[in-house]
Design a protein around this ligand. Structure first.
Ligand SMILES: [Zn+2]
Ligand SMILES: [Zn+2]
Length: 396
């Protein structure tokens, strides 16, 4: 049986655009996706799926049961917006002050609902089931872990996890489909440099944490280039802020706080980075009589695509796009908490390009002028439908 998902998705184009713009106008932040999850649940019910709400607080799960037995494919979409004031001038601009869908999660929900709509017409041909997971709080709120805690990876255990991100770093028409680690793990650090405060005119009576902080920032910036083995994969470290305990011009403060983040492509490398940050901080501070208090939190683990699943997904995508559209080199130092699903279940997270210079769609994710070329909606619906079908339908 041959199904042309490209044609079916193209027929939905207008509907997809309307739905995405509606989500776009009413953005909600992590774990506040009440209107959003309500709309998602309504649509899934309309399509005849079995729906569970309040999974992982504001999350929704819709189960599409095929008429035959077979594997379970989990399709994941995220729902939350960002605390950003939108600066676009489109007529569907965010109606909520200070909140914006600036990452494209409005598109992700729309795409997953589009896939559910198409596949729900083919129950008779589905061998297995598709579990549609709409996740809250992706933007640093731990939404994936909340949903895992509420059982999305059980009853039944998925055989495959599939997800996508619309991607501003790629032009429309290019799809990032690499195997292995495609997004980095992220960690944050805070270092409090404790000295001994005093009068700025009498520095000899103090232990100055400001000068020490200057040295420490330089030392932290040499870790990646001088201490890490390049064979351990790409690493980036950025110091993103410095704050002293005093605002006065004539006071040497008691302490200075440094904060920052580092990204790696495997857990082993993050552990080594943690060790280096701790030892560099301790030794630089000790050399001038300060004390370093280091706190490190590992937030996300890397997103790792299963080699075999990725190969089948790429094969399926060739029904929708030319092989030349598939780029197997796309990797990013950004992170995504779909990593926690992919840690337990083999799967594939891919990037669907959607920037378009000719249409002025040139801004990156999290930018106040971020937007998508809406041609990415039907394209992604077709790509994801074909990918799911690869596992649950015998498409010949
Ligand atoms: Zn984001
Ligand atoms: Zn995102």
């Amino acid at each position: 049986m041959a199904i042309d998902f490209r044609v079916l998705a193209a027929e939905l184009r207008d509907e997809l655009v309307i739905r995405r713009r509606d989500f776009h106008m009413y953005p909600e932040l992590g774990f506040e996706e009440f209107r959003t999850s309500g709309l998602v649940a309504d649509e899934l019910r309309k399509l005849g799926l079995e729906v569970q709400t309040q999974v992982g607080r504001t999350g929704v799960v819709g189960m599409l049961e095929g008429e035959h037995d077979g594997p379970t494919v989990l399709v994941r979409a995220d729902m939350d917006a960002l605390p950003i004031q939108e600066l676009n001038t489109v007529d569907y601009i965010s109606r909520v002050g200070g909140k914006m869908h600036a990452c494209g999660h409005d598109a992700h929900m729309t795409i997953a609902l589009g896939v559910a709509k198409i596949l729900s017409r083919f129950r008779a041909d589905i061998h297995g089931r598709v579990k549609f997971v709409f996740q809250p709080g992706e933007e640093g709120h731990g939404g994936a872990l909340e949903m895992i805690k509420d059982g999305i990876l059980k009853n039944p255990v998925p055989d495959v996890v599939l997800g996508l991100h619309v991607w501003a770093e790629l032009p429309i028409g290019t799809i990032g489909v690499a195997s292995g680690a495609v997004m980095s793990g992220s960690s944050v650090f805070r270092i409090v440099v404790e000295g001994k405060g005093g009068h700025a005119a009498m520095p000899y009576t103090t232990v100055d944490p400001v000068v020490c902080t200057g040295e420490l920032i330089m030392a932290l910036n040499t870790i990646v280039g001088r201490k890490m083995n390049a064979m351990d994969g790409a690493v980036v470290l950025s110091v993103t802020g410095v704050r002293t305990s005093s605002d006065a011009f004539n006071v040497i403060p008691q302490s200075v706080e440094i904060k920052g983040t580092f990204r790696t492509f495997n857990a082993y490398t993050s552990e080594i980075m943690e060790q280096h940050i701790r030892s560099v901080s301790t030794s630089v501070c000790a050399s001038v009589g300060c004390e370093a208090k280091v706190t490190i939190k590992h937030l996300n683990i890397p997103v790792v695509n299963d080699v075999r699943v990725a190969k089948r997904v790429r094969k399926a995508m060739k029904q929708v796009v030319k092989a030349s559209a598939l780029d197997q080199t796309v990797r990013t130092m950004a992170s995504e908490d779909v990593s926690f699903l992919l840690e337990q279940i083999p799967g594939m997270y891919f990037f669907v390009g959607m920037s378009n210079k000719a249409k002025g769609i040139i801004y990156g994710h999290h930018h106040p002028r971020f937007n998508i070329d809406e041609d990415v909606l039907p394209l992604s619906v077709a790509l994801m439908s074909a990918s799911v079908a690869e596992f649950v339908m015998q498409v010949k």
